[in-house]
Write a protein that binds this ligand. Structure first.
Ligand SMILES: [Zn+2]
Length: 232
């Protein structure tokens, strides 16, 4: 999306929020798209995830499901900041642990990329919006002279369009579906050497998409790589 188009859309969203103030998508309370009370009520994930992958919420929770669908399909991009905030709050311990590896360099937030076709259709990548949310909320919460996070969304590319993972029920089919559909940007990968990276996605079911990208990042020299998803 061009910068100008983006600016116009942001402006439009601003005007819209003045004319129609935000209401909680769940309880309708005025003020926020997802109110603090409803956030507190969201369920933590109960099922196990593969090694080094973490999620903040349970996808079977109808509130979280609705919030993620609204972000993905109804252009409620401001929800991403709230969802990024939930990631920050609930995975604070994991983030603190990662800082042991960073030696003062910012942790790279790497959103799972969309294919060019999908990005064009949707206009934005919801995983990148969540990463922005996580970064914004962390900056509000910790007063640090050094940058904790930096977002890099041009290191990995999704070059093959795949079926949405949610439409595949078989675990092995899911793994096969995302196999080899991501590739590293060989002009920019040198930045990964020795770095700590969090790969970010909105939803993870079996962890296969996160795993696929995490492996690529590791192969390209990152020291520590984990995966974060809003819901599992
Ligand atoms: Zn609410």
């Amino acid at each position: 999306m061009t910068n100008l188009k983006q600016k116009i859309e942001n402006m439009f969203q601003c005007i819209l929020s003045v004319v129609f103030p935000d209401k909680c998508i769940f309880c309708n309370k005025k003020g926020e798209l997802l109110c603090e009370f409803c956030i507190l009520k969201t369920r933590h994930p109960e099922r196990d995830l593969p090694k080094d992958t973490y999620a903040a919420c349970d996808y079977r929770d109808p509130q979280i499901k609705k919030a993620l669908l609204s972000l993905k399909y109804y252009k409620k991009r401001r929800l991403a900041i709230i969802l990024g905030g939930i990631l920050y709050d609930r995975l604070m311990e994991e983030i603190a642990e990662l800082r042991i590896y960073t030696r003062g360099a910012p942790i790279i937030l790497l959103p799972i990329p969309l294919s060019k076709k999908r990005l064009k259709e949707r206009g934005y990548n919801q995983a990148k919006e969540i990463a922005e949310g996580l970064k914004i909320v962390s900056e509000k919460n910790i007063n640090m002279s050094i940058k904790l996070f930096e977002i890099k969304d041009d290191l990995v590319e999704k070059w093959k369009d795949t079926k949405p993972q949610a439409k595949i029920t078989n675990r092995n089919e899911r793994i096969k579906n995302v196999k080899n559909c991501f590739k590293i940007n060989s002009k920019k990968n040198s930045i990964l050497k020795g770095r700590t990276v969090i790969v970010i996605d909105d939803i993870t079911t079996t962890g296969s998409t996160l795993y696929e990208v995490m492996e690529i990042i590791k192969e390209n020299g990152a020291k520590k790589v984990v995966g974060f998803a809003v819901a599992h």
